[in-house]
Design a protein around this ligand. Sequence first.
Ligand code: ADP
Length: 314
Amino acid sequence: MKKILVVGSSNTDLIIQVPEIPRPGETVLGSRFQTFPGGKGANQAVAAARAGGEVIFIAAVGDDPYGSEAVKGYRRDRINCEDIKVCRDTPSGIALISVSEKGENAISVAPGANYKLSPEDMEEAEAAFDEADLMLIQLEITLDTVHRAVEICEELRTRVILNPAPATDLPDGILNRTDIITPNEAEAERLTGIRIRNEKGAWKAAEWLHRKGVRTVIITLGARGAYLSDPATGPGRMIPGFAVNAVDTTAAGDVFNGQLAVALSEGKSLEHAIGLAHAAAALSVQKTGAQSSIPMREETDYFYQANLANQHTK
Ligand code: ADP
């Protein structure tokens, strides 16, 4: 089995259902309170593990119950947690989320230990970078750490998949060490400054990213699927997604990236890997929650085979 290295955030989402999002100075009485594991790094690590990858997760948590519960969950998904750092002086990453009856939400994030994951931690985990077939990384940790991680991958010839989320600008030194980039529409617009209203916009944004040295560009476009641009394998093209009844699209992109990484490590073509990633994400958007909605590989393979004929472009 090929090894996937995921470097990124681990959070705990603390969610309260409220009648209305409180205004400044206001207190509202909520109803249900729930705690969920989250963070893009963790979601993608779990998605890759359930997709059948042998996953090593490099992250940082605090020395508190949130951190230890989160790590217990990753172990249940058979993720290698040996390189997860436990910070004595910083709490685990927390997202405080209020969800109103109307479905609006207000989110405050304290990155905590996620921002303590350092460039030196990447160097200490070099063996994991060496063993891995590819690295999957996002932007909920500091850019210095992302930069060091992609440098180590370059030295060791480990392929890099960068999911540039949340949206931000990126230095050329990160982009030119990225093999595959997977922004959603908003992230691609933020990175390139190009509006992506249609396929032509996606093409222009992809060209911009290629000029920065990224070999393969995959712009995810929600229910419509994804735009793939890889000059080595043909002109840019839409890879349609699957039509399903979406009830909660939280973490759709994370599921897509985790499954994509595993399929590519198995040697599948870009089209096939994106098709499987669409299938896993389409399964996840039909259920509520983030990690709880991530499918196992058997379900994804079954759904993919059964629905190949219905792959659609909206
Ligand atoms: P993000 O979740 O990062 O904002 P997207 O909205 O582009 O990213 O979704 C990522 C992928 O999830 C899409 O390429 C697609 O495979 C799948 N997806 C998202 N929304 C839907 C939907 N409503 N129906 C089917 N698939 C979806």
